[in-house]
Design a protein around this ligand. Structure first.
Ligand SMILES: [Zn+2]
Length: 420
């Protein structure tokens, strides 16, 4: 039986993997993660980038496969900073129903397709911020991708994530019912046990909801005390992992930063002062503009026809304040709220909200790689890094939506998409 299993695994691997090859890549433009070059070439051998530079200096090895598309741009594989592969758009099925009525098995079946769509869109790495009621299905998904059983991005996963008692949903059900929550509740000293339990079950980092919309009038208010966040961070750090925080209100952001969070998710009410505090503590901001934009549209906003509602006006204002503060801004859209594979929507909105396309490209490559401690592996086209590469037609440093014109995707030296 054991022999049969490994034979099946091997066959599954062969479906996606190819024997190690050498590639000689040229494109009209090559973005290395920092700078856009013209007239350059890249050599890939097996799963690594072995050289990059001006064409005349970069020799192709005998028998290498030549890749060139007309009017194209070659980039590092993009990094999605905030995904939920176990969720799909709320205008198809609302969040409560996904969490409460769909089995983990059903949700995982869908997630395999979401993972494939993410990779095919050129996102070769994704940080997944919680399964929202699907247990540790993300850990299993990551394993299946790593083993070559299914195609998908390289994953860093949160598992269940942690919320304070009373703060999180689904809400509004009769209290006689025990309602399963979208994350794991814990408080006080019990947080020590829960953090360790999540780590033991496969969490690559610990995701905390540092605030939630549970204020008297439904406004975002902190859910954990500073002491609780410090305790979570201490236990997380001692395992070699990091704490990241969902935080929209200024006070929750402040507590998260002071407690040692590495990234702040959403940050809807960031002002210049808060942004500066984050910068001082080397914290990266993940804005999730697309989630706010799409949820507002699901609620009836006719974008482009009707004026911006208050929450959109606020989101634009806080994004500008973050840029002004100089805090590192990464890229993460909260994809899952909108369709997996349309991750570039977040990058289009970053441009729409005032960031230069080149800065947006850096956010989804070098800045995310550094923020997630992956910069020795991915996020740039540099000798020795993993061969995670993307070719699009057009020039996304000029027109950001050219990122949607995906021609070719490579992860770990394996070609997953190869358009004519
Ligand atoms: Zn999220």
């Amino acid at each position: 039986m054991k022999i049969l299993t490994s034979f099946l695994l091997l066959s599954a691997n062969l479906l996606f993997a190819q024997t190690p090859k050498s590639y000689y890549l040229t494109a009209d433009r090559i973005f290395d993660g920092e700078v856009m070059h013209t007239g350059w070439a890249v050599v890939v051998e097996a799963d690594k980038i072995v050289s990059i530079g001006p064409k005349e200096k970069i020799k192709e090895s005998a028998g290498s496969i030549k890749i060139n598309y007309p009017n194209s741009t070659l980039l590092p594989g993009l990094i999605e900073g905030h995904s939920h592969l176990l969720l799909y758009p709320y205008n198809i099925t609302d969040w409560d129903t996904q969490v409460l009525k769909e089995t983990d098995a059903y949700r995982t079946a869908r997630a395999t397709v979401h993972a494939k769509n993410t990779l095919m869109a050129g996102f070769t790495t994704a940080r997944d911020l919680g399964t929202e009621g699907a247990g540790y299905s993300d850990v299993a998904l990551k394993r299946a991708i790593n083993e070559g059983v299914i195609p998908g991005p390289r994953l860093m996963v949160a598992g269940r994530a942690i919320v304070s008692t009373g703060s999180y949903g689904p809400k509004g059900y009769d209290h006689d019912q025990e309602i399963m929550l979208g994350a794991e509740p814990a408080d006080g000293n019990d947080l020590v046990r829960v953090v360790r339990d999540q780590i033991g079950k496969g969490a690559d980092f610990i995701k905390i909801y540092a605030d939630y919309r549970w204020g008297l009038n439904g406004e975002d208010q902190p859910s954990f005390t500073l002491e609780e966040l410090k305790l979570i961070n201490e236990v997380t750090r001692s395992s070699g992992r990091v704490m990241v925080c969902h935080a929209k209100s200024k006070e929750a952001i402040r507590r998260a930063v002071m407690a040692g969070a590495e990234t702040i998710e959403h940050g809807d009410f960031i002002d210049v002062e808060t942004g500066k505090l984050m910068k001082e503590h080397n914290v990266t901001f993940i804005p999730t503009l697309a989630a706010v934009d799409m949820i507002t549209q699901y609620r009836g906003w006719k974008k482009g026809v009707a004026p911006d509602p208050a929450n959109i006006v606020n989101k634009k204002k806080s994004f500008k304040a973050a840029m002004e503060s100089g805090v590192a801004i990464g890229m993460g859209g909260d994809v899952g709220v909108f369709p997996h594979g349309e991750n570039a929507l977040e990058m289009e909105l970053m441009v729409e909200y005032g960031m230069k396309p080149m800065e947006v490209l850096k956010a989804a490559t070098t800045i995310n790689a550094k923020a997630f401690h992956l910069d020795q592996q991915v996020g740039a086209i540099k000798e020795g890094l993993k061969a995670d590469l993307l070719i699009v037609s057009g020039d996304p440093s000029n027109v950001i939506s050219d990122l949607r014109k995906v021609k070719w995707v490579m992860k770990d030296g394996v070609v997953f998409r190869n358009e004519k």
